[in-house]
Ligand binder design. Structure first.
Ligand SMILES: Cc1cc2nc3c(=O)[nH]c(=O)nc-3n(C[C@H](O)[C@H](O)[C@H](O)COP(=O)(O)O)c2cc1C
Length: 284
């Protein structure tokens, strides 16, 4: 169970500098139990998760490099998915759930879709044809002082800023913003989406409210991911969707997810992903 979702979402930050204190075996086991029982996304895809201790005997011959981006830990969580519809979104959903659980346990994490040695991680999970590792995360306790590379990353990605609310969330069409009344009801849940992490902090989520349905769209960053096997912006969508879903569930707002493109007009960079219908809005 993850509790106090708002606090966890606001607390989580990408941690690239760790101290070298090992995570206690019992805490590690708690995370492993959680990842084994929370491995299916809302679109039905299963993620096969792995906890990899880079300095254990099992992995001592594999160099789990991160190009110097991560310091102070050799432990990672990763997962593989099959090549199927909405697989990247479900990966984003499931790994973010796990990351928020780690946040609850004071374990630091950092989504990484680019800065890790793909071959080494593929070997460590015995990746087969047709399987994909979209991302990995280090796990460990926070270091006290950020490394220079860590500071550089945050600065280049503008990690401490998010786009304004009205640039991400719309009502009726992509030219209208939410009314004051709609904001009063829904801004908390949309704010949870806005605070989500995304690859290079590009924040590709666009959400359009029509009646009681929130349509989630992906606004692609031109030429982003073009040369990668993984579609990281679809992973971002899964992360944003997860925050919305967890916040609604925690407040007992009855809702359901579906993939039914409403066929609304979008620009060329924007594609439909999924919709969330609010069935009964009665928060605690
Ligand atoms: C799918 C995904 C891939 C990412 N890939 C990397 C990466 O390869 N290396 C890295 O240092 N950070 C990576 N990040 C972290 C983002 O840069 C970070 O989430 C963003 O700048 C916002 O900062 P915050 O996580 O501290 O809120 C990734 C994030 C996501 C969601």
């Amino acid at each position: 169970m993850i509790q106090d979702i708002e606090k966890l979402i606001r607390t989580r930050k990408s941690i690239r500098t760790y101290n070298s204190i090992d995570i206690e075996p019992a805490v590690k086991q708690q995370v492993i139990d959680f990842m084994m029982s929370n491995s299916v996304g809302i679109f039905g895809n299963k993620v096969e998760f792995y906890w990899i201790d880079g300095d254990s005997d099992e992995f001592k011959d594999i160099k789990l490099g991160t190009y110097g981006v991560i310091s102070g830990t050799k432990s990672f969580i990763t997962g593989k998915i099959a090549d199927s519809d909405k697989n990247f979104e479900d990966f984003g959903y499931c790994l973010e759930k796990l990351i928020l659980y780690c946040t609850e346990l004071n374990i630091g994490t950092c989504w990484m879709g680019g800065t890790y040695n793909k071959t080494a991680f593929s070997d460590s999970v015995d990746l087969k044809e047709g399987e994909i590792i979209p991302a990995v995360t280090p796990v460990g306790y926070f270091g006290t002082k950020k490394s220079t590379i860590d500071k550089m990353f945050r600065c280049f990605a503008g990690s401490d800023n998010r786009k304004p609310f009205d640039e991400l969330f719309y009502s009726q069409s992509f030219s209208g913003n939410l009314t004051e009344e709609e904001k009063l009801t829904y801004s908390f849940f949309l704010e949870m989406v806005r605070l989500a992490p995304s690859a290079s902090n590009k924040q590709p989520w666009r959400v359009l409210l029509v009646n009681n349905v929130f349509h989630f769209y992906l606004k692609r960053t031109p030429n982003y991911n073009k040369f990668m096997q993984s579609d990281l912006q679809r992973v971002d969508m899964g992360i944003g969707i997860s925050h919305f879903d967890f916040a609604l569930s925690e407040k007992n707002v009855e809702h359901t997810w579906m993939v039914e493109n409403p066929g609304l007009k979008t620009d060329d960079l924007t594609e439909y992903i999924a919709s969330c219908r609010i069935i009964n809005f009665q928060t605690d």
